[in-house]
Design a protein around this ligand. Structure first.
Ligand SMILES: [Zn+2]
Length: 244
């Protein structure tokens, strides 16, 4: 997975707001959804049209750098999760979360769930509810995801992590879910151009001696030499693969 034949410069980018004391923004809406994956994971959101049932659903699929099969599935917003199993048909193993404002989200085709079918549990944004798979009518590993209104109607232009994916669109979305909670900035907002997200899986809760900071994402610099901190206060720390 990693290319070891040439030096790779790794940069640790911390949450700017946590370092320089920018006041955290209040959530814009009651049901503001983050992507249903671990912090920093990037996957394609496909809003197939026509031909997707129900229309307006999102199929999350792998990108070239992050394979989606076996990934943790996380609540995109808090609420009450109910667990279901349609067997080898339809959604397969699936979860519906009813959020505090009455809107709902659905997550389908999971290989496993954190509760048995028929059970329910209270979830926060980021709570793990299952694992990506290909159960039910899925032809390959992906996560089928829906946002529904209080009446149960489909929102055919769902927004996750600030990215709206309308009918017929396919967009790459980087998850900020479980990145630490209160930082209102995405890595792209903090670091601007000149960086590309590689992978920050499982680093959102890393409080090891490698860093005293608990909120960070790993980037590979596209610039040489290493660029200075941005005006938004990125703290850049050099690592090599051996450190990880
Ligand atoms: Zn689907």
């Amino acid at each position: 997975m990693f290319i070891r034949s040439r030096p790779i410069r790794w940069i640790l980018v911390t949450s700017a707001a946590s370092l320089i004391g920018i006041p955290f923004a209040s959530p814009a809406q009651a049901a503001s959804h983050k992507a249903p994956f671990d912090c920093g994971k990037t996957f394609f959101a496909n809003n197939w049209s026509p031909g997707h049932n129900p229309s307006g659903s999102i199929d999350w699929q792998s990108t070239a750098t992050d394979a989606i099969n076996g990934e943790n599935v996380r609540a995109t917003a808090g609420g009450t999760a109910r667990f279901h199993d349609a067997g080898s048909t339809s959604y397969g193993k699936w979860v519906e979360i009813t959020h505090s404002d009455g809107t709902r989200t659905r997550y389908a085709h999971m290989s496993s769930m954190v509760r048995a079918a028929g059970q329910s549990m209270s979830v926060s944004q980021g709570t793990k509810i299952g694992v990506v798979g290909s159960t039910g009518g899925a032809s390959g590993p992906h996560l089928h995801y829906e946002q529904r209104t209080t009446s149960g109607a489909m929102d055919t232009s769902p927004t996750v992590d600030g990215v709206t994916v309308s009918l017929g669109q396919r967009k790459a979305v980087t998850s900020s879910n479980t990145c630490g909670g209160s930082n209102p900035y995405t890595p792209e907002e903090v670091c601007g151009s000149g960086y590309s997200v590689i992978d920050s899986a499982a680093l959102g809760t890393n409080t090891s001696a490698k860093s005293p900071l608990s909120r960070h994402c790993v980037f590979q610099s596209q610039l040489s030499p290493q660029p200075p901190a941005t005006s938004k206060g990125c703290r850049l720390v050099r690592f090599n693969l051996a450190n990880w």
